[in-house]
Ligand binder design. Structure first.
Ligand code: ATP
Length: 431
C-alpha cells in the first residue's frame, strides 16, 4: 500500500517530510517495504512553498485486518477487501495530516492511498510542466485510489504525481529533525563538522559551500528539520549522525529522492519557451551581459530564431562573475527555469561551447609625423593629431585580443543557490 501526501506546510512551519515520520509512527502495524520517497516536482510552479516536495511511503500488509469465519482443520479467516483497508488507512492518515499540517492560506493538503501507482507519464509532466487538477482527478476516480483533498485540493496534484515516480536516476537524502521544544529557535549546528563531512565522505554533495564558506544543509525556515544531507550512498550519509555535532537529533529518516537528477529539464528546447517550465537551449549571445541594481546580471541569447534573456540573480553570488565574462558571439548552452513576465531564463547551469574573439581598443593611433597619440573626434568619427592635423580612421587604433579567462566547459550556480532538482557537476558525467 502506498501513502502519498503533499502541500501540508507553509513558510511559517512544518515540513511534509516530518509528517512522513508521524505517518510511519501511526502505521507501526505495517512494514515499510521500500525507502520513503521524497519527490520534488516542477520547481517553477508559482504556488510552491519552498522546494515543491511530496512524500510517498510504501507499506507492507503485515497488520492487515482479518475476521475469523470458520474452522476446517485450522482457523479460516476472511481478509478484508482492499478498498475497506484503503479507506481505513485513509482515515488514519487523515487524522495525522489534520493534526500536523499547517492551516495557512496557501496550504492545500492532499492525501492519496492506493495499492497501485499511476503511470510514470504523470510524474514526467509534473516535474517539468504544469498539471491541472482535472487530469489528476481523472486518474484518481478511474482507479482504486482512496484520497482526500483539502481546500482547493491542489495537494492532490503533487501527491498523485509523486506516487507515479519510478526512479531512473535517483539519490538519497538523510533528514534529521529537532526536538519540538526547539522548533523556531536558531539551529545549533557545528559548521566545521559540516565542512569536514562534505570533504571526507564519498558521493555526498551540496553540504557545504566552500566559496561562500557556509553550510548548506540546514533550512532557514522555522520547520522541524535540523538538517538534510544528500548523496548517492546511504551508508556515507549515515555518517552525518556521528560526524555532525550540535543539538540533539530527535529522529531521522533516509529518503529515496529524485533530487540532483535534472529530471525537471526539458531536453533541447527548440521553440518558444513556456513559463513555469525548465529549459535547455543552445544559442549565441546576442547582447553582452549587463548588471542592474541589486547585482542581478543578464544577457540575451539567440536560439533557433528566438531571443530570450537569461539571468544570474544576486543569490547566485560568484557565479555572476563567470556570467559577466561572457560576450556577444559566444556559443552557449543554458539550462534553467523559465520565469513569466517577462519570460526570462533563471540560469542553473551554463556550458560554454565556443568563445568569440573579444577585441578592445588599447590606445589611439600614433601620428605618423610627430609620433604622439592622436585624439578621438567622437564616437566612430576617427582620430586626429592635434598638432599636425593628420587624420586616421577608427580601425587604425591599437586593438588587442582580450584573454577571456573562461573555459569551454559547464559552470554551475553555487551550492547555496542550487535547486533541489539541479544535477551538480559532481554527478554530471551522466548528463
Ligand atoms: P515543501 O517542499 O516545503 O514541502 P513545497 O514547496 O512542496 O513545500 P507545497 O506546499 O507542496 O510546496 O506546494 C506545491 C503545490 O503545487 C502543491 O499543492 C502541489 O500539489 C502543486 N504542484 C506540484 N507540482 C505541480 C505541477 N507540476 N503542476 C501543478 N501543480 C503542482
Amino acid at each position: 500500500m502506498y501513502i502519498s501526501i503533499d502541500d501540508t506546510d507553509s513558510k511559517d512551519g512544518m515540513c511534509t517530510t516530518y509528517l512522513a515520520t508521524e505517518l510511519i509512527k501511526e502505521f507501526n502495524d505495517l512494514y515499510l517495504v521500500d525507502h520513503p520517497r521524497l519527490v520534488r516536482l516542477n520547481p517553477n510552479v508559482p504556488w510552491k512553498t519552498r522546494g515543491n516536495g511530496a512524500i510517498v511511503l510504501h507499506l507492507g500488509q503485515g497488520g492487515r485486518k482479518k475476521r475469523k469465519i470458520g474452522y476446517i482443520d485450522e482457523e479460516i479467516y476472511l481478509y478484508e477487501g482492499d478498498s475497506t483497508f484503503l479507506n481505513e488507512a485513509l482515515e488514519r492518515a487523515t487524522a495525522i495530516v489534520e493534526k500536523w499540517a499547517c492551516d495557512s492560506e496557501g496550504t492545500n493538503p492532499g492525501i492519496v492511498i492506493s495499492n497501485q501507482r499511476p503511470g510514470i507519464e504523470l510524474y514526467k509532466k509534473a516535474v517539468k510542466d504544469v498539471v491541472e487538477l482535472t487530469e489528476v482527478m481523472d486518474i484518481l476516480d478511474g482507479g482504486e485510489y482512496s484520497y482526500k483533498g483539502y481546500k482547493n485540493k491542489r495537494g492532490l496534484i503533487g501527491a498523485t504525481s509523486a506516487l507515479s515516480w519510478e526512479p531512473d536516476d535517483h539519490t538519497y537524502e538523510l533528514l534529521t529533525y529537532r526536538e519540538d521544544a526547539r522548533w523556531g529557535s536558531e539551529r545549533d549546528l557545528n559548521d566545521e563538522d559540516v565542512k569536514r563531512f562534505d570533504i571526507e565522505t564519498l558521493y555526498t554533495f551540496d553540504s557545504y559551500d566552500h566559496e561562500e564558506n557556509i553550510q548548506a544543509i540546514a533550512p532557514n525556515s522555522p520547520c522541524p528539520v535540523l538538517y538534510g544531507v544528500r548523496g548517492e550512498e546511504p551508508s556515507e550519509l549515515m555518517k552525518a549522525l556521528s560526524m555532525i555535532g550540535g543539538e540533539r537529533v530527535e529522529r531521522w529518516l533516509l529518503f529515496l529522492t529524485n533530487q540532483a537528477t535534472d529530471d525537471h529539464v526539458q531536453k533541447q528546447v527548440i521553440g518558444r519557451l513556456r513559463p513555469w517550465t525548465s529549459c535547455d537551449i543552445i544559442g549565441e549571445i546576442s547582447r553582452s551581459p549587463w548588471t542592474i541594481e541589486g547585482g542581478h546580471v543578464f544577457f540575451d541569447v539567440d536560439y533557433n530564431g528566438n531571443t530570450v534573456t537569461a539571468a544570474a540573480y544576486e543569490p547566485t553570488k560568484g557565479f555572476r562573475d563567470v556570467v559577466k565574462k561572457l560576450t556577444d558571439g559566444d556559443k552557449v548552452r543554458v539550462i534553467g527555469g523559465v520565469r513569466k513576465d517577462p519570460i526570462t531564463v533563471n540560469i542553473e547551469k551554463i556550458e560554454i561551447l565556443e568563445l568569440a574573439e573579444k577585441k578592445i581598443k588599447k590606445s589611439n593611433p600614433k601620428c605618423p609625423d610627430c609620433g604622439k597619440r592622436m585624439s578621438s573626434m567622437g564616437k566612430d568619427a576617427g582620430y586626429r593629431c592635434k598638432r599636425c592635423r593628420i587624420k586616421a580612421d577608427e580601425d587604425e587604433a591599437e586593438i588587442v585580443t582580450v584573454d577571456r579567462d573562461l573555459e569551454q566547459k559547464y559552470y554551475e550556480t553555487p551550492v547555496v543557490a542550487r535547486r533541489h532538482l539541479s544535477k551538480p557537476l559532481k554527478r554530471v558525467e551522466k548528463l
